[in-house]
Write a protein that binds this ligand. Structure first.
Ligand SMILES: [Zn+2]
Length: 450
């Protein structure tokens, strides 16, 4: 590792050690680390902070503008500085120690946020710092949009979009966290694939409530509220949303088809014939494949009586629903009511947002992304890396940007193993040092190609 890379890694580790933890319950949030994080950046990235304008939005979100030769069609690079909470004793290494474990190509930084999403945030800053040091001026304006409450769906990124909207800014390309470079995500395809989210699923929560008069548990009624609620839950579980192949998923298979082993090559290349069968097989190939071909619904919170010997006057369940492109909050709520089929169970939409619009996987912005992937993220052995569209399964801050840009993409430029992806939002989150450093090269390539 040369001196420049070694210094970058040390800055990354310093920022990973600041525990910018988000909590859904805002009273639990410690603002101190957020202040420290925001204050550390100008010291660590002096050139960036001299060359770019920085605004603090909504408390701790950050918006930077790097003036280019042309203000039209700016590039927006997004990331978030908050991380999800940790359960410290599950971790092999301290979640905020940023220890480097292993050596050579396997050396990895273990820390909450190593991938999600300080990995991207710090790589973006490193890329900008390097380019400013080189005396580079971008052809078009570049904005950096760093939200501070992405993990709790807070308002930071929305406030940034509101500020840009008021200034009439229409980004030509927006890139946020999302898919990564992965292997084996699609059966029969061995080549590393850069999975670029062109859309994300909608999110909604439905509250199911069953009520009764209450009383003592020694004399329960024939059909207590808890049993009624359980029946409703069971009906939802037994009747999942129908499978279908949405256009971005169709495009994913068309893109990987030429690289797939037979017979997958033929199956993916002839979706007109094989699509309906494929959609039925997918749910058996694991949770991710299932989520790619249908709206999913799962009961998360349950509540009943306040004591073990009293009847529940209300029994409640939250159903978390992720809407596939083509479904809506209204259509999903109607389906849940139909399936529950019980007027004594209230079905109330607590909150919901429809799936995002779909960005195109053709045209100039898409080519810029694919070119940066090919330039900066070489596959092992010099093999071809595939850049493919897909539907992002989780939600990201980028959904707010779809209001001001038709080209919103979700991709994190890191080559991640299955085990590394599983550590997201879990224990032992980590990123290999070499993988992270290549991510800096990707952001450089994207900025200079813009
Ligand atoms: Zn994230």
């Amino acid at each position: 590792m040369d001196e420049r890379d070694a210094a970058a890694v040390e800055r990354f580790r310093e920022l990973l050690r600041i525990p910018t933890v988000s909590h859904a319950d805002e009273t639990l949030i410690d603002e101190g680390p957020f202040d420290a994080f925001v204050a550390a950046l100008p010291r660590l990235y002096p050139r960036t902070h001299a060359a770019l304008e920085r605004e603090i939005v909504d408390g701790h979100s950050l918006l930077y503008r790097w003036a280019g030769a042309d203000a039209a069609d700016p590039l927006v690079l997004m990331a978030h500085l908050d991380v999800v909470p940790v359960v410290s004793d599950e971790w092999e290494h301290g979640p905020f120690d940023a220890e480097i474990v292993g050596d050579g190509a396997e050396a990895a930084i273990h820390a909450r946020g190593a991938i999600d999403d300080k990995g991207a945030l710090v790589a973006i800053l490193e890329a900008v710092e390097q380019l400013v040091a080189d005396g580079y001026t971008p052809a078009r304006d570049v904005y950096l949009s760093f939200g501070h409450n992405e993990e709790t769906a807070g308002g930071g990124a929305r406030a940034i979009v509101a500020a840009l909207t008021a200034r009439g800014v229409r980004p030509g390309l927006v890139l946020d966290e999302g898919g990564a470079v992965v292997e084996g995500a699609v059966p029969g395809v061995h080549a590393p694939t850069a999975m670029v989210g062109v859309a994300e699923r909608g999110v909604m929560t439905v509250l199911l409530t069953a009520r009764e008069n209450g009383g003592h548990a020694s004399t329960p009624p024939a059909f207590p509220a808890t049993a009624r609620l359980a029946r409703a839950i069971s009906r939802i579980h037994r009747r999942p949303f129908p499978v279908r192949i949405a256009p971005p998923v169709r495009a994913l298979f068309a893109t990987v088809a030429p690289h797939a082993d037979p017979p997958y090559r033929w199956v993916f290349g002839n979706l007109g014939l094989t699509g309906p069968l494929l959609a039925r097989v997918f749910p058996r190939l694991g949770a991710e494949m299932n989520a790619l071909v249908r709206t999913t619904a799962v009961v998360t919170e349950l509540a009943g009586a306040p004591g073990e010997n009293v009847l529940a006057t209300t029994a409640r369940a939250s159903v978390n629903i992720r809407l596939l492109t083509g479904d809506t909050v209204a259509s999903a709520a109607a389906r849940i009511r139909r399936i529950v089929a019980d007027p004594a169970v209230e079905v109330e939409v607590r909150h919901g947002s429809d799936p995002s619009p779909v960005s195109p996987w053709r045209g100039e912005p898409w080519r810029r992304l694919a070119t940066a992937v090919a330039a900066a993220l070489p596959a092992p052995g010099g093999a071809q890396i595939i850049t493919a569209p897909y539907i992002q399964l989780g939600a990201s801050d980028s959904r707010w940007f779809t209001a001001i840009s038709d080209h919103v993409y979700r991709f994190t430029p890191f080559h991640l193993t299955r085990a590394e992806r599983d550590a997201l939002h879990s224990h032992n989150e980590r990123i290999r040092v070499a993988v992270w450093l290549r991510g800096i090269g990707f952001y450089r390539a994207l900025i200079t190609a813009s």
